[in-house]
Ligand binder design. Structure first.
Ligand code: GDP
Ligand code: MG
Length: 211
């Protein structure tokens, strides 16, 4: 392993508003669930470094942060994604239907060579389930994606989602071929983004950080 290099993966979360995209990212970064999460402004990026098979990987998780409400993701949002996670809420049938008839097409039109994850979120509310797990799995199969049952309240389920998708990416595409290598100096600068969830107010006047 070369300790001087670090590879990066861009991971974008896509789906209807309130399905839990921001909560999933927040849980992965901070190991905490926010009970009443706030609407975020503009899109935002959160970073965390992990190790896969002796490679250091900088995971950049992009949160569409409200743009999805207007069905208008910035072109920059999906561009260059390595992993896209389509998220629906298992207690909300419409959130799944919108993946099938809208969001999957947006992803297909704006990405290439990705690993696709389908995440049925809020499984802690299984007694209110409206979308049967089998339906989610079939959709993932049809789209050559990978299905996950998750709850943003449960760190482990979120860790499995992200780490397995990153590992699948590694297995399919490798890291050396087409990903940028970052020096540690660059990494240190990027890693400051981890704090941006705690500094939401600084984005208040920004229409979007994607443009
Ligand atoms: P986003 O619009 O897709 O980013 O959704 P948010 O992350 O803002 O979540 C919307 C609401 O659902 C918030 O009140 C969250 O606390 C709640 N929520 C998100 N994930 C879960 C989950 O796994 N279980 C439960 N019970 N609530 C969740
Ligand atoms: Mg959000």
């Amino acid at each position: 392993m070369n300790d001087d290099n670090i590879y990066s993966l861009k991971i974008t979360l896509v789906g209807e508003s309130t399905v839990g995209k921001s909560s999933i990212i927040y849980q992965f970064i901070n190991k905490t669930f926010l009970e009443n999460s706030f609407a975020t402004i503009g899109c935002d990026k959160f970073s965390k470094t992990i190790k896969i098979k002796n490679n250091k990987i900088l995971l950049n998780l992009w949160d569409s942060a409200g743009q999805e409400r207007f069905k208008s993701l910035s072109p920059m949002f999906l561009k260059g994604s390595n992993i896209v996670i389509l998220v629906y809420d298992i207690t909300n049938a419409e959130s799944f239907e919108k993946l099938e008839n809208y969001w999957i097409n947006v992803v297909k039109d704006n990405t290439e060579n990705i690993i696709l994850g389908i995440a049925g979120n809020k499984i802690d509310l299984y007694e209110k389930e409206k979308v049967n797990e089998e339906i989610g799995r079939k959709f993932a199969e049809k789209e050559n994606g990978f299905f996950f049952n998750v709850s943003a309240k449960n760190y482990q389920s979120i860790e499995i989602l992200i780490i397995q998708l990153a590992t699948l990416y590694y297995d399919k595409y490798g890291f050396e071929n087409d990903l940028k290598e970052y020096s540690f100096l660059t990494y240190d600068l990027i890693s400051q983004d981890n704090n941006s969830f705690h500094n939401q107010s600084k984005f208040k006047n920004k229409k979007s950080c994607c443009n």
